[in-house]
Write a protein that binds this ligand. Structure first.
Ligand SMILES: Nc1ncnc2c1ncn2[C@@H]1O[C@H](COP(=O)(O)OP(=O)(O)OP(=O)(O)O)[C@@H](O)[C@H]1O
Ligand SMILES: [Zn+2]
Ligand SMILES: [Zn+2]
Length: 798
């Protein structure tokens, strides 16, 4: 038998099937979707078995060396999906398969066979293996059994054995620091003026058992330095201790029963339930205003799916995958839920993936890549906040999660729910055309009012002599909340979270010498770093241009706002949430918990606080500069502005007390700001569609982006021109080729960058033409100089 294999070498020349002979003793083992080790040139490398066939056209075949998986890691559905992904996004097949699997599987992984029955119940040849041990390394089983390895398969099928994976590298166990008071030490040696040290000592003393150092710091609100001084004086003993990898360790969830639906929720739920019961692949757009109870619908739809004995995928954008959201799913479904997001370690992600693969859970709540969850009996895929751009992957394979979700739903004959208060124009247009089924929730739960929105014209404030970043009305509104004991959210509308450096005298901004982009300030080591290539330099003490000493970094802005707030509202307790304050693990949750517990009056932050928050006491949302995003040169900037303003407004007045929103703006008449006042998505949609139509942008046209880069500038210009000419001569006359033009970021890692944009309506030859281009320049790209990258669904035109 022959294993037709995709090998783990992401290159154009190896992007095809290679045939390997399956040795007799592996014939009953090897199946499509398994990882195998094969000889490749002088090396042994990993590959995925795609097909098993009887014959090969290749005369002399090498043999498969080893099988890495006793059961396929890619189901036949995922194998098909991978090939489809490679084709539609134009990427290497190996990249498509890798993106579906947890990173742990890309490294070497040890497999163990665990015995579930008495060893005498096994077939004779297996018995000696398990006589001494209840678990045996898969590799050892292969060595011992030789041609009888097929018996393992049988024992697995019979439930006598089960497979466990052990991540080899992850032998590195997770350690945590623990402390206790040193009984021998003389505690009276602490000076009575050292309040913090005394507080810590007393706190630890109270506990009968040792305690995690981190817990001590949190409970006493101390810095590590104070604890460290106690440890150095040997008053406190600290040691490392191994802990189990559980991302939600120690978190307990109160069970939450389903809520009786409101009429509107009920109306929306009926067709969803019908599609689930009828096992129909149908895509729904659940368009519901903020606080309309979409999440409750998701929960009950999933419940319905579980009743059918099926599984569900709940996708949430990374940024709103907050502990609050996770807890809503955990409270409803308990142990049936796996969670997947980028905050998990490689080991944790792998553990969660295995729980899905082994069907130990029925629901996965996760970010983008969870769309590939290896469920085999899918009953529903939900994509919350479907308009979020993070659903598009910006590396190979450049896929859009929505397309993958719909593709999987066709295979499984199950519905997809796209949910949003502010759907992307592409999605809403499809719902208008009837491609997706539109379900609307026009009111908040129990007819709670939408928050009232007022727009403050900051130009007038300036004219009236107010130079502060807070308008008079925002100031008053904040004060009123303080008096009433209600909470406020202050939102800084910023896309980047980064901090850059600028000379206040001459305006000089340090740039990366390899990339045309500003360097980012890193507080931890007081250095400047390039986010594209990693180049690092020390923070200058004087401006290299004008030698002024006034060269400073500008925080994400939130820091400045916080300083200003303490000046004008000293009595307000502020929690700031941005990259700086949420860098350590768990800090996100800690800050939100503190806010939820009423430990602060104002939550100040960027994008991070715009979504998903559901706190009853928030009655005011202030947006400091509503229009900053409007001026980004991107045809979607108005859409993004409306979306984020509507989302952040939605945090106010979600429960008993009504909400108020103040948007400070320098362009208050722009429709993307103006229409937030009336929460009027439909009018926004119509106005924006008119703009898109006039300029022939999506959703009226499709777009594709070709980026060409090379260290040699004349070369990149010449190649880009040729590519553009080729596209113009090959593609239809209605298709528009824009460019070549220099990319917005003109240079990255010393490579000059040019781009061509393709706008088309109906272009069946596009994929073929692009593949022709890749083929034509194969020799140049293989040498590593020229690079051509394709994005069939571009979101950022960098
Ligand atoms: N049928 C119901 N009865 C009572 N309360 C409900 C019901 N459905 C939802 N709620 C409550 O209403 C609030 C808003 O609901 P939910 O968070 O599900 O809205 P959403 O549409 O998902 O919001 P957003 O898109 O703004 O995040 C929540 O506190 C939720 O518990
Ligand atoms: Zn200067
Ligand atoms: Zn750089």
């Amino acid at each position: 038998m022959i294993a037709r294999t995709i090998v783990d070498v992401p290159a154009a020349q190896t992007d095809r099937l290679f045939d390997y002979l399956i040795p007799a003793h592996l014939e009953q083992i090897i199946q499509p979707g398994m990882r195998i080790i094969v000889p490749f040139g002088p090396r042994q490398i990993q590959g995925f078995v795609i097909e098993v066939t009887a014959t090969s056209d290749v005369p002399k075949l090498k043999s498969v060396q080893e099988v890495l998986d006793p059961v396929p890691v890619l189901t036949s559905e995922l194998l098909q999906l991978g090939r489809w992904l490679a084709h539609t996004t134009i990427c290497f097949q190996i990249s498509a398969f890798q993106v579906m699997l947890p990173a742990a599987l890309k490294t070497s992984v040890m497999k163990e066979l665990h015995l579930l029955v008495a060893h005498r119940e096994l077939e004779m040849p297996l018995q000696p293996l398990f006589q001494q041990n209840k678990k045996v390394l898969w590799k050892d089983a292969v060595d011992h059994l030789g041609s009888q390895l097929g018996l393992v398969r049988k024992a697995l099928d019979a439930g006598q054995l089960v497979v466990h994976y052990v991540v080899k590298e992850k032998a590195k166990k997770k350690m945590e620091k623990w402390v206790k008071v040193n009984k021998e030490a003389d505690l009276t040696s602490i000076k009575s003026s050292a309040h913090k040290q005394l507080e810590i000592i007393h706190f630890i003393e109270q506990k009968a058992e040792p305690i995690r150092s981190q817990e001590v710091l949190t409970a006493t609100q101390s810095t590590r330095a104070v604890l460290k001084s106690l440890i150095e004086k040997k008053l406190v003993l600290e040691w490392d201790q191994e802990t189990y990898r559980d991302p939600l360790q120690g978190v307990r969830y109160k069970p939450s029963p389903p809520l009786p639906f409101t009429d509107e929720q009920q109306q929306a739920f009926i067709p969803l339930k019908k599609a689930i019961v009828d096992k129909r692949s149908e895509t729904f757009l659940l368009h519901g205003v903020t606080g309309s109870g979409k999440t409750e619908i998701y929960l009950q739809a999933i419940d319905e799916v579980m009743k059918q004995g099926k599984e569900a995928i709940m996708l949430v954008p990374e940024i709103s995958l907050t502990p609050q959201i996770v807890s809503r799913f955990k409270s409803r479904f308990g142990e049936e839920v796996a969670v997947m997001h980028s905050g998990l370690s490689v080991g944790e992600k792998y553990d969660e993936w295995r729980r899905i693969h082994r069907s130990e859970v029925k629901v996965v709540v996760g970010a983008r890549s969870a769309v590939f969850a290896p469920f085999s009996n899918l009953g529903l895929i939900i994509m919350d906040e479907e308009h979020e751009t993070s659903y598009k992957q910006e590396d190979m394979p450049r896929y859009h999660t929505k397309e993958v979700a719909i593709k999987r739903s066709v295979h499984h004959q199950c519905p997809v729910i796209l949910g949003s208060a502010t759907p992307s124009l592409e999605t809403f247009a499809r719902a208008q055309k009837g491609v997706y089924t539109l379900l609307s929730l026009k009111h908040r739960v129990n007819n709670r009012p939408m928050p009232t929105v007022d727009i403050v014209d900051m130009r007038e404030e300036l004219r009236a002599g107010n130079r502060s970043m807070f308008s008079v009305s925002l100031m008053e509104a904040l004060k009123r909340r303080l008096e009433l004991g209600e909470q406020s959210v202050l939102f800084l509308n910023r896309r980047g979270y980064s901090t850059f450096v600028m000379c206040r005298d001459c305006g000089y901004v340090p740039q990366c010498e390899h990339c045309d982009i500003s360097l980012t300030y890193h507080r931890s080591n007081h250095s400047l770093k390039c986010h594209y290539c990693g180049h690092e330099e020390t923070m200058p003490v004087e401006c290299p241009e004008c030698t002024s000493e006034h060269i400073r970094f500008f925080g994400s802005g939130t820091q400045k706002v916080e300083e200003e707030l303490t000046r004008v509202l000293p009595e307000a307790r502020v929690i700031r949430m941005d990259v700086d304050t949420t860098r350590t693990k768990g800090s996100h949750q800690r800050l939100l918990d503190a806010f939820g517990n009423g430990d602060a009056d104002i939550l100040l932050g960027t994008q991070m606080i715009a979504k998903g928050l559901d706190f009853p006491n928030i009655t005011l949302v202030g947006v400091l500069a509503a229009d900053t995003m409007l001026h980004i040169p991107d045809f979607r900037s108005a859409e993004r502005t409306f979306q984020v303003l509507e989302q952040v407004s939605g945090r106010a007045g979600r429960h008993q007390r009504p909400g108020e929103v103040l948007l400070q703006s320098y362009t208050p008449e722009h429709y993307s700001i103006e229409l937030v006042k009336s929460h009027d998505y439909d009018t926004f949609y119509q106005m924006e569609m008119r703009q898109r139509k006039a300029a022939e942008y999506p959703p009226y046209r499709y777009m594709a982006l070709v980026t060409i880069s090379d260290p040699d500038l004349p070369n990149v210009i010449q190649k880009a021109q040729k590519i553009s000419d080729y596209l113009k001569s090959t593609l239809g006359s209605e298709t528009v080729i824009l460019g070549p033009v220099v990319s917005p970021i003109a240079r990255i890692k010393d490579r000059y960058r040019y781009q061509c944009m393709i706008k088309y309506k109906n272009e069946p030859r596009l994929t073929e033409a692009l593949q022709q281009i890749l083929q034509h320049y194969l020799r140049d790209t293989t040498q590593g100089k020229l690079q051509i990258s394709l994005d069939m669904h571009p979101y950022f035109f960098m």
